[in-house]
Structure formats: C-alpha cells, structure tokens
Design a protein around this ligand. Sequence first.
Ligand SMILES: [Zn+2]
Length: 292
Amino acid sequence: MKADPDTLTRFLFEHAAIRGELVHLDATWQAVLEHHDYPPVLRQAMGELMAAAALLAATLKLKGSLVLQIQGKGPITLLVVECTGDLTMRATAKWAGALPEGGLAELIGEGHFAITLDTKDGKQPYQGIVPLEGSSVAEILENYMTRSEQLETHLILTADDRQASGLLLQKLPQQAGQDEDGWTRIGYLADTLKPSELLELPARDILRRLFHQEDLRLFEPQPVSFSCNCSRGNVVNMMRMLGRAEVDSVIAEQGQLEAHCEFCNQRYVFDAVDVEQVFSAEIAAPGSQTRH
Ligand SMILES: [Zn+2]
C-alpha cells in the first residue's frame, strides 16, 4: 500500500449532507521545498497550507486561482499558497533569521489570515480577511470558515519533509430524510485518523478505514502539480508600470535590472539594451496584452 502521488479525491456521503476530499502531495510539495531552505516549523505549516489550498480550491470549482495567506508580526511574516482551478500550485514564505523555539502561533504572532479568489476574468478579486485565531493551520482555516459564515468545514492536515496531506469534510445544506447526526458521527470517525495514516495510505484505504459503515460515492481522482506562472512578460509589464525614468535610474546605478520570483527562484535580468527594447516596443504596441 502506498499513498496516491499528487492527487485529490472527492467523495460524497450518500445518506448525509456531507461532502469530503482527500489530497496527497508529493512532487508538488517537494518542488516548493527545493526552491528554499525552510526551517522545520515553517515547513510543516507550509505543507499543511498547501494541502488546505488544494482542498478548498477543489470545493470551489473555480476558474482562476485561490490564494491563502497568513501574515504575522512575529519572526514568520508571511506564508502564501496559490492554487488554480486546475490544481496547479505554488507557495512561498518569508521569515527573519533563525527561528526561535516555539509553536506556529507564537512564531507568527499577531496577524491575519486572508483568502483571495481571483477569477482572472477582469473582475475585482474577492478577498476575505480575518484576524489570526488558532494554533495550527487547520484551526486558523476552520475559524475563518466559521467567521465568514461559509459552510461548516472540518480539516485534518499534516506534512513532513516529503509529503503533505489533508482531509476535508464539509456540511452541505440538509435535505429531508438525510441523516441528521451524520456530521457529528462522521467528524468523530475522521478524528481517529492518525497523521501517519493520512500521509502514507492511499485514499481508498483511508476512506475504508474511517467510513466502512457509511455509504460513500467516490469520484475520479484529479492530478495536482507544481507550476509557477511567472514570466519575463510579467516583469516587462511591471517595468512599464514603474516607468522609463525609474527603470533607467536602476540601470544607471546597478548596470542591470534584476527581478526574482519568490515562488520558483527564477531570475529575470534586463540590461540597458533590453530596457531600450521594452520601452520602444511599448510605443509600437501599447498594452501588448490586449486582444484583437
Ligand atoms: Zn516563478
């Protein structure tokens, strides 16, 4: 028995108004770890936030992307995970120096948690922000869901240096004839799952172990993968927003302009000749992104 690599599996309880998902990240999570050397406590939290982002993105069936962000005033200042509707993901974090001993809540300190839904169709992205409450990523998210009056959600998340996994249960609007005690009973059953089981077992085995007495419908697993959508074109757009004078002053001072992607470590370098091209192309084709 081995866990299903980089997949998300949705399921439904036939007689209770509850849906669920299991996610298992391997290469997707390792790609994030490859790009930065994160301290252990941060690694754990990021893996859990990755699993949570995939689970929530899949419940939303969104086009565009979902961004989960934890911002704090402690030694850990930022954790950010982005997941698209196609379940491609990227993540990064910011922290100051060697992290002292302590739990996640202490290391983040006072802060807030934000969810941004960007449908990428030109509409204003939706953003929900709440103060940080909870000592784990799962608690922070469950509190967010309660505070923002979303569907009642139960999350179990875990991560180690190689994999990150999560289980989500969500209470749907109750219909006549459905099992009313289902939510409590199924929640208790889910809580008997050990982190090692969540990390190591295939989705089918986890569901059989937890819910063998329940009537479950399983959907086809969906693949999850790492992908960063940064590009030289994005940097060009940023340079145009800064304006010629600003960019020229950077070139004069440093000989080149360098942009660095925090998510995938890609570096984009522009010298004086590149800058000349960027701004002369702008005159030829203003707003190169516009469609005709
Ligand atoms: Zn990138």
